[in-house]
Each structure stands twice: as structure tokens, then as C-alpha cells.
Ligand binder design. Sequence first.
Ligand SMILES: [Fe+2]
Length: 172
Amino acid sequence: MSTTTIRRAVRASQAGLLGARQLADVVRHVAASQADWLTRVRLNPAGRWYEQLHIDDSHEVWLISWLPGQETGFHDHGGAAGAFTVVLGALLESRLVGPSASGQVIAKPIRPGAARSFGPRYIHNVRNTAVASLAVSVHAYSPPLSAMTRYELTTSGLVPLGTEAATAWSAA
Ligand SMILES: [Fe+2]
């Protein structure tokens, strides 16, 4: 992808970590530069397809494609802040809001052009709920993801299932 695009987005913050709003700027800029990612989209019936578009000391950017029904499951981001935007199709983001044992799952659709950004303690599940439509999204994290913990939603709240190091997916 174009390093100019990223540099414009992060401007004065290039040397340090980016906050949620700055990451939202990054994903919006990358999304607007369609020539940098459109021909890189691939599909994988076995699971979400993803490719890292950019990484430096402060942040990383990923392109993800979602076939109908594909989802992340509940997960955190290992202490990284993040943002994502949908560039094709739509995604449904679910979060547990409130006390863990009595909280409510809130689901919000994210349509093309909308961006969601979050801080380092954020946990969510993202799914392509469409019956027949592909979804494509751009994600940014700062610092670059080092690990992610997956959770199961139970009647007692979110229960950790396990933690994956970045090597589990960056080698793909
Ligand atoms: Fe996530």
C-alpha cells in the first residue's frame, strides 16, 4: 500500500502509538485509497481471509474479507487500541455491555463508510450476517497486535478460552 497514505493519516504521531481516533483516520484513509487494496482481496471458505497491508513500530493495518456467516468470535486485542471500517458489504459488531454476569449483548450494524474505534480493553465479536453478500473491512491496531484472547459468551459472562500470540496468524 501507499506509505504516503499512511503518513498523511498519522502525521505528527508517527513516532508514537496511535489512539482510537487516529486509528479511525488511518482506516478511513486506507479505505479511500481503493487501488491499494481492492485487487488484494481474496476469499477463503474455511474462514476469514486476511492480509497485513502495513506495519511499523507504531501500528499495523489489515485487510479482511468475510464470506456470509464468517465471524471472529468474542476476542480482545491484547492491550492494543484499534479501529476498523467496512468498505464492502456490512458487518455486525456485538459487545457485552454492563456487569459481566448480568450484562446485555448489544449488536450494531456497521455499514460501508462507518468506522468503529476502541481502546485497549475492548472485547467484541464481528460477523458478516448477510445471507449471500461478501464483506470487506480495513483494520488498524496500535501497537501492532502481539496477542489476542478469545472468549466464550456464557450465562456468567465472557469466559476466556485461550490466548494466541501474533505468530499464530502473522505467519499465514
Ligand atoms: Fe477485533
